[in-house]
Design a binder for this molecule. Sequence first.
Ligand code: PMT
Length: 420
Amino acid sequence: MMAQKRILLVVGGGIAAYKALDLCRLIRRSGLAVRAVMTKAAGEFVTPLSLGSVTGDKVYGELFSLTDEAEMGHIELSRDADLVVVAPATANLLAKMANGLADDLATTLLLATDKKVLVAPAMNLRMWAHPATRRNVERLKADGVTVVGPTAGSMACGEFGVGRLAEPADILAAIEAMLQGVTALRLPEGAWAEASANGPRPLAGRHVVVTSGPTHEPIDPVRYIANRSSGKQGHAIAAAAAAAGARVTLVSGPVAIPDPFGVAVVRVESAREMQAAVERALPCDVFIGAAAVADWRVAEAAEGKLKKESGPRPPLALAENPDILAGVAGRSSGRPRLVIGFAAETSDVVPHAQAKLLRKGCDAIVANDVGLAGETPGGVFGQAANTVHLVTREGVESWPTMGKQQVADRLVARIAAMLG
Ligand code: PMT
């Protein structure tokens, strides 16, 4: 019988440390054994008791512990495993590893180990983008350390960008691949942003323009017509395109979510302002219309606040807004190579999207069923997940329900493939 493989998991001190518990569960469920070492800072986020209960083993933390050294010295601890995994790997831990510092148990065993090392970084996006971290990661890779993640998305600090710990399932996939001696990891589709953050940047040199969020169509200076779009889907696409190396211009209606990192954001209110901002942002290689643009505006918005007392109920005569997507797709000169729209439908999602594809002259439509049951009326709007169909002239791909960032990552991967 083959001996059970052992993982030594070093847990760094970051908000993502709680995900180490999930990772331990997954590792054990896959038939591997796991033993954990915590840094002092990790103890601020998870307790040795909770880690010990998911590893089913003692948790180590002290370098100069007589009992631990008597049981298993730190050199032995570093060599007893088949693979050493650092998750989450903070910027501080990466810096120490890259420079060979050994001032606690975690860093000492990382310096003493003769086993392969996998790190899963997690930190604030600006820390991840900092030249010092970039240098440290490159040095670690040159030393033979494998890096999985981080991915793009919204962060605990309220910002949005690349810096989130890779999903525990993706870390486990990397662990299994390394144990099987696979050197070139095929990252799962959802991990596109992490692949591009670390390695190939398939949209490098491209300009991508994305619209996102709702538009507000004024009735008078204080009232407006709007919709339920939160901007989550469009912003996630902008972040994924930036992580894939593109120069991204995000034209956003009024939203309450943070700007994605590394993206030029143009803020607008109405459909007509959005159209003007898009025109100014062109030319581009790829245009993605994820905004929920109001089809109509109030024909003549009042200059002063409409008063209840000042006469009969005011009629709301509507005028049609310009169709931004159709305008970009129909350009006779300077048309982007790819024009991709969204279709928010509540019934017959795919047939409506196919009709929209032809009517608006786009290359692809991402159709989502916004009538799908959600916590609030309006399904997909404002929610974390989306169920979409990618409709092109060649056919229809129905994607499983996934997080909006995963939809974005997958769409960006498809765009990169379409551009060739
Ligand atoms: O923002 P979230 O809360 O994350 O929700 C995401 C979303 C549901 C808003 C998004 O996934 C989505 O479906 N966006 C498009 C919504 C929409 O307006 O669909 P539509 O079927 O009405 O429009 C079709 C396409 O034409 C869209 O690409 C839209 O941006 C574009 N359009 C529509 C009208 C108009 N005047 N100009 C346009 O460019």
